[in-house]
Every structure is written in structure tokens, then in C-alpha cells.
Design a protein around this ligand. Structure first.
Ligand code: HEC
Length: 262
């Protein structure tokens, strides 16, 4: 019965002649490739009690197949809320071209479920706790001049009207301009931090420009890199390990450390 309904919904209004067999033309399945992609890039929001409808199982994901393809191809999902290429962020969750291709083949190939034996462990319930307040955060509202030097590790739109679009830059004392973040149709319910790929040193006197007076953006402090990298691991641990970014400045191209400040 369930299968019959599925075939019906696949076929839409097409005549009964087409109902005789399902048309699976791909080897990509939900149980093997797609569920892993969803767990990795979508489940943090799309789970029961999350900010968006659950997509954890085939029966939940199947009705959304075409929408999933459209949303990822249009780069609307996973939502980012900022213009790409303005600033460089280590927690950008955009799908890779290979992942886009998996989604397209799966949807165009008949949305096969696959076999239970291929299913991964279900993802651990992610508790989306807001980032803990950290020592040394700086709230910016309206153009703001830094009184002291600040090592910038990331930005969090703290209070920003829904659908906000504005460009934040840092004007350094030598007159040069650093792009920081260009919010574009940002929505609070997509809430996430923008973590810089490399911490940025802002000298005293830097002016943070572009945050409207009715909005607040929090600047997250980085931890200065240890003076020497020759220390043995046990010596590096304590003071530098509170945040994954701390101490070990990620080199461009390394994947974002999982978890924190999502
Ligand atoms: C940061 C949270 C978040 C992540 C991560 C996320 N989504 Fe969403 N998604 C949402 C929210 C919130 C909505 C509801 C949007 C709205 O209310 O307009 C949504 C809506 C959707 C919709 C429905 C769009 C429509 O209205 O037709 C689809 C499909 C979707 N998401 C797919 C995905 C896929 C696939 C991924 C992973 C590749 C993903 N989402 C990752 C938050 C997220």
C-alpha cells in the first residue's frame, strides 16, 4: 500500500500506463549517500523540535525531494545569510559540487530509498545552544572605533532585524579597508556565527563601519597564537584549548573544527 501511494505520487497526473514500474535510474540512494549528507549539512536545523521540519528519515525527506534539489542548487540551503567572497569563513557549510551532484542524481534518478543495511547511526541529538558568552567579546552598534587592539576571530549578528542586508568593514588606522561581513537577507532563525578562517589583527584606532544603529553585532576575540610551536602537546593544552580555533590558527583549506559556535 505504501509503495503504491509512493508510485502514485511520483507519477503525478501521468496516465496509468506509466504506473506499471518505478523508474530508478541512479545508484545513489537515501540510505547510503543522501542520509549522510543530510546528517552532515542539514540535520542541525532539520530535526524534530528544530527550527525547521525534520528531514532525518526517508519518509520525512521523500516528499521534499524536489524542493531539496531546488534549495541546494539555488544555494538557499543550508542558509548562510551573507554574500560569499566578502570575508573568508571557516564554518561555511555550503555543499561541495560533488554533494550537489549526489542530490541531483538522486532526485532525477527516481528518489530511491536503498537498503536499511546501508543506514548510518542516527545523528546524536544536537542541542543548539547559543554560543556561550566569552570573555572579551565586543558588541558593536553603529560605527565604532576600537580603543585597543583586538584579535578578531568571528562575528555574530546579535540583534539584527529579519532579512537584514548590510556590509561591515574595518577601516584600519593606516587607511586600508578590510572586508568583514556582508549580511544579505540574514534571518535570526538561521542564527549562526561567522568564524574567520584566519584571525584578523585590528590595531587600536580601527573603525568598524556599517553596523546600523538599530542592530548589534558581536565581535568574537581570538586567542593569540603561542609564541613557539615547538612545545610538546601537553604544554600546549591548557590555556589554548578552550576553543577549537584557539592557538592553532587553522590554515586555509582545512575544514572547520566541528561543533562550537554553530
Ligand atoms: C541553519 C539551519 C538550517 C540548515 C543547516 C538547513 N536548513 Fe533548510 N530550512 C531552514 C529553515 C529555518 C527553513 C524554513 C525556511 C522558512 O521559514 O522560510 C528551511 C527550509 C527548507 C526547505 C523548504 C524550502 C521551501 O520553503 O520550499 C528545504 C527543502 C530545506 N530547508 C532543505 C534543506 C537542506 C537539503 C539542507 C542541507 C543541505 C538544509 N535545508 C539545511 C533551516 C536550515
Amino acid at each position: 500500500m505504501k509503495r503504491w501511494l509512493l508510485i502514485l505520487s511520483l507519477a503525478g497526473n501521468v496516465g496509468p500506463a506509466l504506473l506499471a514500474h518505478d523508474v530508478i535510474t541512479t545508484r545513489i540512494t537515501w540510505d547510503r549517500e543522501i542520509v549522510r549528507l543530510i546528517n552532515d549539512r542539514c540535520a542541525s536545523c532539520h530535526h524534530p523540535d528544530g527550527p525547521a521540519f525534520s528531514l532525518l528519515t526517508y519518509s520525512e525527506g521523500r516528499p521534499w525531494a524536489v524542493a531539496i534539489k531546488e534549495e541546494v542548487l539555488a544555494r538557499r540551503m543550508p542558509p548562510w545569510g551573507a554574500v560569499k567572497g566578502f570575508g573568508d569563513f571557516r564554518n561555511d557549510q555550503a555543499l561541495t559540487p560533488e554533494q550537489l551532484e549526489l542530490v541531483v542524481s538522486w532526485v532525477d534518478g527516481g528518489v530511491p530509498e536503498g537498503e536499511d543495511k546501508d543506514l548510518p547511526q542516527p545523528p546524536k541529538a544536537s542541542s543548539e545552544t547559543p554560543p556561550a558568552r566569552q570573555h572579551g567579546e565586543l558588541a558593536v552598534s553603529g560605527d565604532t572605533t576600537l580603543k585597543r587592539a583586538f584579535l578578531l576571530d568571528g562575528l555574530v549578528p546579535a540583534t539584527v532585524p529579519d532579512d537584514a542586508s548590510f556590509q561591515i568593514t574595518a577601516q584600519l588606522p593606516d587607511g586600508s579597508l578590510e572586508p568583514l561581513l556582508w549580511l544579505s537577507h540574514y534571518r535570526t532563525k538561521f542564527g549562526h556565527a561567522f568564524l574567520l578562517r584566519m584571525p584578523l589583527q585590528l590595531p587600536a584606532g580601527t573603525v568598524i563601519r556599517g553596523v546600523p544603529k538599530d542592530s548589534t553585532v558581536t565581535l568574537l576575540p581570538g586567542v593569540p597564537a603561542p609564541a613557539t610551536t615547538a612545545l610538546s602537546p601537553e604544554h600546549q593544552s591548557a590555556p589554548y584549548s578552550q576553543r577549537p580555533s584557539a592557538g592553532t590558527a587553522p590554515t586555509p583549506g582545512t575544514p572547520a573544527p566541528a561543533g562550537i559556535l554553530k
